[in-house]
Write a protein that binds this ligand. Structure first.
Ligand SMILES: C=C(O[C@@H]1C=C(C(=O)O)C=C[C@H]1O)C(=O)O
Length: 295
């Protein structure tokens, strides 16, 4: 897994960081389109539903799949990269020698993947699989059946979707470090006397969010259509035949994914001065603000 930090250039350029977030929009949208082709399959999210198989214990199908996948990825040193965060605890050490990443972030233990897993399973999957679930019911003639048996395919895609969502929200740490370094004196008083609301106001960029949601709707609408022949997809989406609930994607970005990213940004700032001496903090207070229009 090539990390963005091994490619050279300024890893804390806000424009560069934002370009990674833009690229992750595509990854997330396409993984949701893939997941939407299968029924909800709620059984794969139920703890204990596979307890008759000794490997599982009380884990759900998805949690077992996630654990096995992340054990392998941990051995391949995936989670030594500063932009990769596991869902599973107590993973094994890498079998490969460590890569030497530049020290970019202040030491922290922020990991919001429990929130990512919970919202993805309880809110995102039921909404984006409604159409496939209805199709499954029609085929199986069972009014209650929202299960097409594709447990392995659905879980594999779920893991890819959750990993890209996790990467996206935890990228908030790099956004925060970039904004902090550009103007430490603006943030330090609200860290020394913890004021999450003031920090949230400092990191919030309404125009960036507005443009993001506009771009996201266009992307989701375009990717969600089957382009048949040379006809370019029309800008308006026939929601009945689209491969993805476009409104759902915009809704979860606006009302959950962006707020969660900003929570990561604020939580990171609140621990940004941990372990620093008063001399270090005074020196940061003296740094003149960078003229960063992207702020
Ligand atoms: C990520 C940033 O910080 C905040 C969070 C954003 C998001 O989650 O998309 C967008 C703008 C800011 O409100 C940024 O400034 O780019």
């Amino acid at each position: 897994m090539q990390s963005n930090f091994m490619l050279g250039g300024d890893p804390l350029s806000l424009d560069r960081i934002r370009s990674v977030l833009v690229r992750l929009e595509d990854t997330i949208i396409f993984s949701l389109i893939e997941r939407a082709q299968f029924a909800h399959n709620p059984k794969i999210y139920e703890r204990g539903a596979f307890s008759h198989l000794k490997e599982f214990g009380e884990l759900s199908w998805l949690e077992w799949f996630l654990k096995e996948t992340e054990i392998f990825h941990a051995k391949a040193r995936r989670y030594t990269s500063p932009d990769e965060y596991p869902f599973t605890e107590n993973l094994p050490e890498p079998v490969l020698p460590a890569l030497h990443f530049p020290k970019i972030l202040h030491p922290n233990k922020i990991n919001v993947n429990p929130s990512v897993l919970s919202f993805y399973v309880n809110s995102i999957v039921p909404r984006i699989t409604r159409r496939a679930t209805l199709a499954s019911k029609r085929v199986n003639g069972d009014a209650e059946l929202n299960d097409d048996g594709n447990y392995g395919s659905a879980a594999t895609i779920d893991i890819e979707a959750m990993q890209s969502i996790s990467k996206r929200v935890h990228y908030g740490k790099f956004v925060s470090e970039s904004k902090f370094q550009a103007n430490p004196a603006a943030f330090i008083p609200h860290i020394l006397k913890p004021n999450p609301e003031a920090l949230d106001a400092l990191i919030t960029k309404p125009e960036v969010e507005r443009k993001l949601l506009q771009r996201l709707r266009k992307k989701a609408a375009t990717y969600a259509q089957d382009v048949i022949g040379e006809d370019a997809p029309s800008p308006c989406v026939d929601q009945q035949n689209a491969k993805l609930d476009v409104d759902g994607v915009v809704d979860f970005y606006e009302n959950w994914l962006i707020p969660l990213t900003k929570k990561v940004e604020v939580d990171y700032l609140l621990c940004r001065l941990d372990g620093l001496s008063q001399e270090d903090i005074d020196a940061l207070m003296q740094k003149s603000p960078k003229n960063n229009l992207a702020l």
